[in-house]
Ligand binder design. Sequence first.
Ligand code: ZN
Ligand code: ZN
Length: 381
Amino acid sequence: MPIFQCTRCKRTNPPPKRCAACKKAWYCGAECQKRDWVCHIFDCNPTREINTADYLALAVERDLIPEHRQTCEDYGFFRPIQQNRDLLGVYVSLLHPNYMAVKPQVVHKWRKQGALAENIKKEFEKSPDRMKSPDYLWFLRHEDVFRSDPQVEERSFIRSGANDLVRRAWVFTGGSPTLSTEEMQRQVSALPPHKFQCHKFFAELLSGSHPSPEDDVLWVEFGFCTARDREDERNIARAYKWLMYQTTLDEFSDAYRSKTMIELFKKKGFNDLNPCIVDLADPCLVDILSNPGIRTVWYLRQYIETKIIHGRQNQKIKPSPIVAADFGFTNCLDARDHDLLFDLYKEFFALGSRANPIELCEAAQEERLFCVFYGGSLNAD
Ligand SMILES: [Zn+2]
Ligand SMILES: [Zn+2]
């Protein structure tokens, strides 16, 4: 017979009993079950809806800045990291069973009533030693934090906290924050491919970065390859980040798979709110985000950019066979020839908005590249 241990204290004696609601967790007694509820509520079948105060209580229990997006917004965790630590200290005083032990449901109600600051103050005032508490002193200096409207604050909280990118995307998209890392990784890698890619993309955006041309197909597939320069790439990342906050992972990954990302941007009101960050009518962006296949010219650009990053001398970086065939690298007699051709394409993409990669690709398919460079409309001079 298998030996069960208490989920909370890990003891096997007295023999633990199963949680009646989910039959998955085991507890040695009522005390452990009660103390574990802040964690177990996420994995059990609670009779009420889980709210952001529950995520806050979990953060208090673990002594970690919350990662759940809405919780950060609701409770003000969008500040520089040290301030987030101080803020967490106030919530620890408020919620932790060893201190004021206010229930998450009560904190939730206060916030819904817009009376969080007033009620936290009242709780502290019950304690005669409050002026000795650094958390209370911090609270008095930052009462506005508990009153401010998080919607208008800059959401810099995503740069703080843990650096586990996958977990951040996992929690961001509604996954259980208490799941073990192994189980989370197992579930993430079991996602269908298009959803897995979008999950990865979310993780990058949440960490404040975006795909780079090196070793990342997402750089092409999300249209970063159409950017004129690095600043333009950052603008595209900003646009996706905005969209990420307006959608679910399902909605986003469906648009990615069905090539309707531009429609999704429009549906969420992107152009009205962000008139000049990214032009959704840009023919290159439309080409990548809406047309069924991806033209080889974009992989050509990926090759060029990767080689620029690693240095032209780096012989390990080679174009894929299809790019090599389409754009004439297979016809190069030697390395010098190859370098000359590389420089030609490099100059072409450096033209920015004056270069037309779609036209270049069509020319390549019709085997008239020579005309394009030496007499056609794409000539740099
Ligand atoms: Zn126990
Ligand atoms: Zn349970």
